[in-house]
Design a protein around this ligand. Structure first.
Ligand SMILES: [Zn+2]
Length: 340
């Protein structure tokens, strides 16, 4: 079999059309004229027929041939038995495209579910203390400028609460020593709140003390819960997960300023995972138990939250960030029954 057609050859590098004659023989495509090349037919790709667009033959290096006479090209492809393989190739390319999409989606999901948390965990536990201090102090400074004002609690009262918490011995844990903490009191524009910053600052708002009805035990349990978040480095991890790219920069440069900008919002409207909350609750339970304090302290915190929930739709950020109050209360109560 020996057929020829004339057409234009584009080398894929320049836009210039080379006039060529295409022939198919011995299982290969041969071009002669302004451009000359021979390529096995099996390595050629044939564009699917799309409306009236000229049908192109594509070489492995992306150079193309466009026939002057489309019908002649169709006839030639038919004669060389290429038609069947076009269909097969089209199917294969669809299959491989779908497979590629599935693989890509899979990689993304696995990264999101496993690699990112693991990386965040790794980064969080290897972050230099100076960086965590920088993050925490930067955040507190921003919050002081925009959300907080100095605490109105009497200095003696603040000192009393801090001293009482300092007397509590942290629970013994397998994963590292107890975190260092520094209690700070603030009056807040956004209601009851307590959170721990990566620097070890545990922020307690006047409104939280008020919500807990000046109940020292409940305040201790709240602080113990926050110390649990600190121990688990939950905020640092959340922060890193929430801004993986900035975190990568942080690892390289050691400069946390790009991360700090987003932190106040995160700290105030924090949505920890249920696992993180459980870890913090468990830590609080362990701390209370180690010090011979009743778990009722923690139960009273949850009860205060429930009273607030019943008050109406304006649930402060702290509560909305700590959902399932009833679940948590039930869990601690169950723990209480099993403890002698
Ligand atoms: Zn919490």
């Amino acid at each position: 079999m020996h057929q020829e057609l004339s057409g234009s050859y584009f080398d894929g590098v320049t836009s210039r059309a080379h006039r060529v004659t295409l022939a198919v023989h011995d299982g290969a495509v041969h071009l002669t004229g302004d451009a000359q090349r021979s390529t096995p037919l099996a390595e050629m790709r044939v564009a699917e027929r799309i409306a009236r667009a000229p049908r192109k033959l594509t070489f492995p290096d992306e150079a193309t041939f466009e026939a002057d006479d489309q019908a002649a090209l169709d006839a030639l492809l038919h004669a060389t038995g290429h038609r069947d393989s076009i269909v097969v190739r089209a199917q294969q390319s669809w299959r491989s495209a779908i497979a590629a999409i599935c693989v890509t989606a899979g990689v993304l999901v696995v990264s999101y579910l496993f690699v990112l948390p693991a990386a965040a965990d790794l980064v969080a536990h290897n972050l230099p203390v100076s960086v965590e201090r920088q993050i925490g102090q930067g955040t507190l400074a921003l919050l002081d400028r925009h959300v907080f004002s100095p605490s109105r609690l009497p200095e003696a009262r603040r000192g009393e609460l801090a001293a009482r918490f300092a007397r509590l011995v942290p629970p013994e844990t397998v994963d590292g020593p107890a975190p260092e903490w520094h209690l700070v009191f603030r009056k807040s524009r956004i209601g009851p709140n307590a959170f721990a910053l990566p620097s070890g600052h545990i922020v307690l708002t006047d409104e939280m003390v008020e919500l807990l009805q000046d109940d020292d035990g409940a305040v201790m349990a709240t602080l113990a819960h926050e110390l649990g978040h600190l121990h688990g480095r939950h905020l640092t991890r959340r922060l890193i997960q929430g801004s993986a790219v900035a975190a990568a920069g942080l690892l390289i440069s050691g400069d946390a300023s790009s991360l700090v900008a987003g932190l106040p919002a995160l700290a105030l409207d924090l949505h920890y995972s249920r696992d993180a909350e459980r870890e913090a609750d468990d830590y609080a339970v362990a701390l209370l138990e180690r010090n011979g304090q009743p778990l009722a302290y923690l139960e009273r915190v949850f009860e205060a939250f429930q009273r607030l929930e019943h008050k109406g739709p304006h649930v402060p950020a702290y509560l909305s960030s700590h959902p399932d109050t009833a679940d948590r209360l039930a869990r601690v109560r169950q723990h209480d029954r099993h403890t002698p």
